[in-house]
Design a binder for this molecule. Structure first.
Ligand code: AMP
Ligand code: MG
Length: 291
């Protein structure tokens, strides 16, 4: 699988229309690809264990998508093998009153991964240049006028670029996924959320309202990707009409990222090794506590 074609590093501007939503590479069904995904998930778990033990690098994984784009299921499947101790998932909803009284990055700062851990953002500070741009929500903020002028979104792109560079300089790597779903596929998924009782809870009228802004969102995504994709914090635009394919690509990308970080278990010094064999002797020679 060639993940390079989904990667955007900001070298030249991209058009979302050039990225199709339904391709499945050389695979025709989930059956074809399932084994590969399982293998990826297993190897990811091994790398994560080393990431945690080494404690040098943190990994921030961001998932963005239109509603019903498959963020939840991608997170669930791809992270299924990893040790829960080393991962936190945060879902960013409409900001609370407390969150709105702070700068927009505040809630993300609190959720950043420490070195050695993985944080998954289900939505993120990118909402502050997506939904906030589409509906000009920044105009409603209780802030000085200079903080909500026409340049607000452009300034935020700059903040985000600097923020991700700041993270990089602190040993935190950012990987960003846009699960790229078509408008027709979103309709199908909304319909199944309405038809299937167990999925009803996932559907709200506001999903339909937002759907009517489809083109504005696509433009906002395209601008955000172009303004914030860099070599150190690339975007991956993943074809997401077939969930099984998007999961496979996500797992492949994450595996690639972890291999690149290449964490290792801390080395044991000669002195520590000597001490360990002494402790081993102690334990072996300890009288058994017979009952
Ligand atoms: P869901 O992920 O379906 O539970 O929906 C969460 C909702 O919160 C989405 O409609 C997001 O657009 C919205 N949301 C997330 N972050 C923000 C934000 N900073 N400002 C406004 N709405 C947001
Ligand atoms: Mg929703």
């Amino acid at each position: 699988m060639d993940i390079g074609r989904y990667k955007v590093t900001g070298r030249s501007p991209i058009h979302l229309d050039d990225f199709n939503t339904h391709e499945t590479g050389s695979f025709t069904s989930n059956q074809d690809i399932r084994k590969a995904v399982e293998k990826n998930v297993l190897e990811m778990a091994q790398w994560q264990s080393k990431l945690y033990a080494e404690g040098k690098t943190g990994l921030l994984i961001i998932f963005q998508a239109m509603d019903a784009g498959g963020k939840d299921s991608a997170i669930k499947h791809v992270m299924s093998g990893v040790n829960p101790q080393g991962v936190e998932v945060y879902s960013f909803k409409q900001p609370s009153v407390e969150e709105l009284s702070h700068d927009y990055m505040w809630r993300s700062f609190k959720a950043l991964p420490p070195r050695g851990k993985i944080a998954i953002f289900n939505r993120s500070y990118y909402e502050d240049v997506l939904v906030v741009k589409v509906h000009k929500l920044y105009e409603q903020l209780n802030v000085p006028d200079r903080c909500k002028d026409a340049d607000t979104i452009d300034k935020r792109y700059k903040h985000i670029r600097h923020f991700e560079e700041y993270l990089w300089d602190n040993g935190i790597i950012t990987v960003k996924f846009f699960l790229h779903v078509s408008k027709d596929e979103q309709r199908e998924r909304f319909l199944s959320r309405i038809k299937e009782k167990d999925k009803n809870w996932k559907f709200t009228k506001s999903d339909l309202d937002e759907r009517s802004f489809w083109n504005d969102y696509q433009n906002a995504y395209q601008s955000a990707v172009n303004a914030t994709a860099t070599k150190i914090s690339p975007w991956y635009i993943i074809p997401a009409d077939k969930k099984w394919y998007s999961r496979a690509v996500v797992s492949q990308v994450l595996l690639h990222v972890l291999r690149d970080i290449h964490p290792q278990y801390p080395r044991v010094t000669q002195e520590q090794r000597k001490a360990l064999s002494k402790y081993k002797e102690w334990l072996i020679n300890e009288p058994l506590n017979k009952q």
